[in-house]
Design a protein around this ligand. Sequence first.
Ligand SMILES: Cc1cc2nc3c(=O)[nH]c(=O)nc-3n(C[C@H](O)[C@H](O)[C@H](O)COP(=O)(O)OP(=O)(O)OC[C@H]3O[C@@H](n4cnc5c(N)ncnc54)[C@H](O)[C@@H]3O)c2cc1C
Length: 235
Amino acid sequence: MQVVFDHVSDEAKNIATFYFKPETPVKYTAGQYIELALPHADADKRGQKRWFTLSSSPTDPLLSITTKFAADGGSTFKKTLRQLQPGNKVSMLGPMGDFVLPKLVQTPLVFVAGGIGITPFHSMLSWLAASNEDRPITMLYGVSSEDEIIFQETLDKAHQHVTIVVANPSPAWGGERGRITAELIMGIGQPSEDSLVYVSGPEPMTESLSKDLVRSGLNKQQLVVDAFPNYTIAY
Ligand SMILES: Cc1cc2nc3c(=O)[nH]c(=O)nc-3n(C[C@H](O)[C@H](O)[C@H](O)COP(=O)(O)OP(=O)(O)OC[C@H]3O[C@@H](n4cnc5c(N)ncnc54)[C@H](O)[C@@H]3O)c2cc1C
């Protein structure tokens, strides 16, 4: 599908949300992703296409994606994304994917976001709020530092139990410190036999947490994972 770039909004110093207007309304489910193509000359080996979760709610008029930029601007793809001008037409494939809320509304959910892995949860929580639907959710959100916390307003409005865990906090930080571990998830999330644990974030984080959660006694069937490749650190 063709979409028109509308505007960009900075969420943090190295994280931004890009908004696109579809030519015709797009149907999707909160948590799904698209493939964005940005043709550009001298592309690096990572190429001209990337997958991004739609951070918008299906009830929003615009589609949005939210991404993190490396200190040097990152890949040629990310540099091209940064240079988009309002009115530019780009193409997207999808939406697709099954990292979506379960059909049964009473299923207890534990959401685990590592850094930029918050995007599908932002879409789901925004959609739940817009639809006046209540679900039993406990959320853990890990960031490397406080200035990388994004979507605070959506988290506040969701009225869910959210624990933010900061890996390298300032002395003033009064919340949880360190990295999200399986122990912390089992302790705070307290998944029961019918809970589902959704884990989203950079691949190094989702891989190690998934293994540790299963080692800690979580049934593999209870895990729903969204892994973001190419990010080299956990978050
Ligand atoms: C289903 C799915 C959903 C996703 N959703 C999101 C999302 O919502 N938001 C999101 O940000 N990403 C998402 N991703 C990941 C996304 O597709 C990219 O892989 C990711 O953003 C990294 O982008 P990049 O490769 O352009 O690297 P960058 O973001 O530019 O950099 C990432 C790291 O790689 C290094 N690096 C950059 N370029 C190179 C290079 N050429 N060679 C070696 N190292 C390099 C950087 O220095 C940095 O450390 C998703 C992926 C999948 C599969």
